[in-house]
Design a protein around this ligand. Sequence first.
Ligand SMILES: NC(=O)C1=CN([C@@H]2O[C@H](COP(=O)(O)OP(=O)(O)OC[C@H]3O[C@@H](n4cnc5c(N)ncnc54)[C@H](O)[C@@H]3O)[C@@H](O)[C@H]2O)C=CC1
Ligand SMILES: O=C(O)C1=NCCCC1
Length: 368
Amino acid sequence: MSKHAATNTRSRPMFIDEDQVKQLLDWNEARYAIEQSFVSVSNQARDPVARFADQPVSSQPARTFVQAEGGVLLCMPGFVGQHRLASGSSDRASTLACKLITSFRKNASIGLPSINGEVFVFNSTTGKLEAIVEANHLTGIRTATASLVATDHLFLRPARARTPDGTVSIQLGIVGCGFQGMMHAIGFVRTQAALARVRVIRLWNRTPGRATQLKEVLTEEAKKTGSNYSVFVCDTVEDCCRDCDVIVTATGSSEPLVYRSFLKPNVHINAVGAGEFHHAELAQDVYDECQVYIDHQEGARKELATLRSNIVGEVGEVILRENRPQEESLLPKPGGISVFQSLGMATEDVTVGRLVYEKYLKAHSDQM
Ligand SMILES: NC(=O)C1=CN([C@@H]2O[C@H](COP(=O)(O)OP(=O)(O)OC[C@H]3O[C@@H](n4cnc5c(N)ncnc54)[C@H](O)[C@@H]3O)[C@@H](O)[C@H]2O)C=CC1
Ligand SMILES: O=C(O)C1=NCCCC1
């Protein structure tokens, strides 16, 4: 064989397991990675002449779904170009990755997570697979962080700007206390210093025992983080939502759970769960009144095609327009209902997968 023939003898890709992901992934670093992901999608969607050269760009098709007997396999490929790996750093990277993830609803009855997956991180110059990152915990953190970022930019920043000391405190409602519900509650608690003090957490789950379990987790979390919030397990969704400033819905329900009459006039909702379709958890009377924000237009065209509401735009576009007075703000009208309709997108897994991989390389640099 010619000595110039291409070979494929490189060592195996790194495998970064669930425990390592848990050790490596930090909420505030993930928040920055998710902001980069949001911004990359909206910067890319702009007219080329209006794109910001100092902001990342991206490429991601709408994801594909393969229906199997017990559930569904999602294929989520994406590329983020010229993203910053850490806040305040001038270092930029480009990342190509693909998440393969399954959602098998009945797994809970046999003690397995319903969502299982991996992120495959490729070298963006050569296309070689470099790392496989377990994506259960990663999906939990990145999905909750997407809600944190949306809540911050759509609701908390404007609220903080209206207070004399620039701080706010919230009452948080969690409708659905499965894995995502838990990760969202923990995410809000762990990022209090940057976003908002959490003074009350109200929990509802179809099976009340799960809400009680989450209450125990959050009570431990309060001790660990030195937080001072009260946690209530609620008998009804209405009771859970009552007086809440921020609500997370993270269930597999295909029927509406949250109605307009349950809500304060000024509330932000992160609608995360996907039943048969992705906007089942909120009743039409909520959608009739609220302003909806999405993670990406391309995905929404396919997965929110039947949603009847006022879709204002992408969260990334809201972020891009912040502090740019020459651009019309996309912020929600103050005093109303805003909804982040979270589909989940590949670029989130791209930037968060890369963050985990970089941190893994740094932690193991003496062994390389
Ligand atoms: N937007 C995004 O990026 C992502 C969305 N998801 C979605 O979030 C939801 C929750 O996922 P996980 O917490 O991982 O699942 P999980 O299996 O840990 O929890 C499911 C939760 O849904 C509740 N539930 C199921 N059917 C219900 C019904 N008919 N009425 C009321 N509650 C019901 C369960 O009681 C449980 O609290 C799922 O719909 C999943 O597809 C998951 C990952 C990412
Ligand atoms: O974005 C994701 O990851 C998921 N979204 C919907 C449900 C499965 C996982």
